[in-house]
Design a protein around this ligand. Structure first.
Ligand code: TZP
Ligand code: MG
Length: 204
């Protein structure tokens, strides 16, 4: 499945509460977000499925796919367009089998060792990071900086999106590494105007 990684919005329940989850996502899509990931480590199963269904309905007709973080079961129950897994979140081949050929399947990669061990066959894209330290993700790996991000992108057999501490002003540097785009949480969620915040990534 071809996927547009230009500006990948990853949600956060605390930051999105400022305007509401659906409102934040819809505004961000108006601002040019090309992909949305529902990420909520605290929600109950029922809450998460409900959020995914509401987002899926809100995105209908926009052409912007909905990806669910971590949870194959929730992605299936909500008929999400895809699933994003971390290194310890389950087998990508099992996820591909369950989600079907049309689904978008992504994996987080933090270093060259993980890249070397990668089973890229079932996957559509890689998320590489964190580029910078961030308070949005707890216990994140050592920040890469742009040089090690570029080395990871060069070693990637798949289209890659960078994540971690990225702001609109970084968009050009991210592209210069060969990454297809930036994945962001706090640069859009929780901003006074998520639409304007998203659009800023295209203004630089
Ligand atoms: N994975 C690596 S860093 C990160 C995730 C989910 C959080 C990125 O958040 P922010 O606010 O864009 O730095
Ligand atoms: Mg995960």
């Amino acid at each position: 499945m071809r996927v547009d990684l230009t500006l990948y919005l990853v949600t956060d329940p605390r930051l999105c509460a400022r305007h509401g989850l659906v409102e934040t996502v819809v505004a961000a899509v108006r601002g040019g977000v090309t992909l949305v990931q529902l990420r909520d480590k605290q929600a109950s199963d029922d809450e998460l499925i409900d959020q995914a269904r509401r987002l899926k309905a809100a995105l209908a007709g926009s052409g912007v796919p909905l990806i669910v973080n971590d949870r194959l079961d929730v992605a299936l129950a909500s008929q999400a367009d895809g699933l994003h897994l971390g290194q310890d979140d389950g087998d990508v081949a099992v996820a591909r089998q369950a989600m079907g050929e049309q689904a978008i399947l992504g994996l987080s990669v933090q270093n060259l060792e993980q890249m070397a061990r990668l089973d890229s066959g079932p996957l559509d894209y890689l998320g590489l990071g964190p580029v910078f330290a961030t308070t949005t993700k707890q216990n994140h790996a050592r920040p890469l900086g742009f040089d090690r991000l570029a080395a990871l992108v060069a070693a990637s057999p798949l289209p890659a999106v960078a994540i971690g501490g990225l702001q609109a002003e970084h968009a050009a540097r991210v592209r210069a590494t060969g990454a297809r785009g930036a994945a962001v949480v706090s640069a859009i969620c929780g901003q006074p105007d998520p639409e304007v915040a998203a659009r800023a990534f295209f203004d630089v």
